[in-house]
Design a protein around this ligand. Structure first.
Ligand SMILES: [Zn+2]
Length: 268
């Protein structure tokens, strides 16, 4: 048994070494154990499950606003990365933008690039720039491969559990699908994604700001949106913009990044 445990730990170390990479735009080191195509196929399944219990919005004006902002951001990002020779950062991401009927003030992006806005968030997002703040943040999660990283963390903790289970004589195994569902629960049961970590949220804010700049949107609207959220606290606070991390921390983080983000507008 000791030999098997040592062998498994060795295998784990090798997996860690070969799966290390850096996050687009921020350069943070992270570990991804899953392939982009594997995650994309799980995302697509989740999306269809989610849509089977949701209805597309009948508000054509707002729907086309969502699609217009999304397409402008996606096109600009595509062009920017192509010029830099980094189009592979978008492997297995195919942007699609949707608005669904729901009073929830929310939005999410699946790892394969499907971005879903709920009607309930739209009263706060009164201009294309404000829509771009939330949209680019959601796209940031996909480009940073936060879903894969979350699944990796889940799988590693399962692996530790499995090794412990072997030592104490229990059998555990989880398929990629089960790991995805634990790490990325959407659909009828939850209706929205489980919250990302504070680190992932701040990173998506940062990447989102750069994408906004690349696409020529007004980046100063990003900290302003969070200010608006803080003021609206007593009423309806969008879950996507909830207090985790706190509005104050987000605003400060975004304000500090504005100058850096301006360089991306110039590079376009
Ligand atoms: Zn987020």
């Amino acid at each position: 048994m000791k030999r098997i445990t040592e062998w498994l730990l060795c295998l784990l170390c090798v997996a860690i070494l070969i799966s290390c990479s850096t996050v687009a735009f921020t350069g943070r080191k992270r570990m991804l154990l899953y392939s982009n195509s594997e995650i994309a196929s799980l995302s697509t399944q989740s999306y269809y499950e989610f849509m089977s219990t949701s209805a597309p919005s009948t508000n054509m004006v707002t729907t086309s606003m969502i699609k217009d902002v999304g397409n402008r951001l996606a096109k600009a990002l595509d062009r920017y990365l192509a010029v830099k020779g980094e189009s592979d950062l978008l492997d297995d991401i195919n942007w699609e933008f949707y608005l669904v009927r729901s009073n929830q003030a929310n939005a999410f992006c699946l790892p394969d690039g499907k971005v879903v806005f709920y009607e309930g968030i739209m009263p706060v997002l009164t201009t294309p720039d404000l829509i771009a703040v939330v949209m680019s943040h959601e796209m940031g999660h996909a480009i940073a491969r936060h879903g894969n990283e979350r699944m990796t963390q889940q799988a590693l903790s399962n692996m530790v559990g499995a090794v412990t289970g072997m030592i104490i004589g229990q059998k555990t195994s989880e398929t990629g699908r089960a790991v995805f569902e634990t790490a990325y629960a959407i659909g009828s049961q939850y209706g929205y994604l489980l919250p990302f970590s504070r680190k992932h949220e701040l990173e998506a804010d940062e990447i989102g700001l750069y994408i906004m700049a690349i696409a020529g949107y007004d980046i100063t609207q990003a900290p302003l949106l969070w200010e608006k959220m803080a003021q609206a606290k007593t009423t309806d606070v969008p879950e996507v913009l909830s207090t985790h991390p706190s509005d104050a921390k987000r605003m400060k983080n975004l304000q500090q990044l504005i100058e850096k983000a301006r360089k991306y507008s110039k590079s376009n």
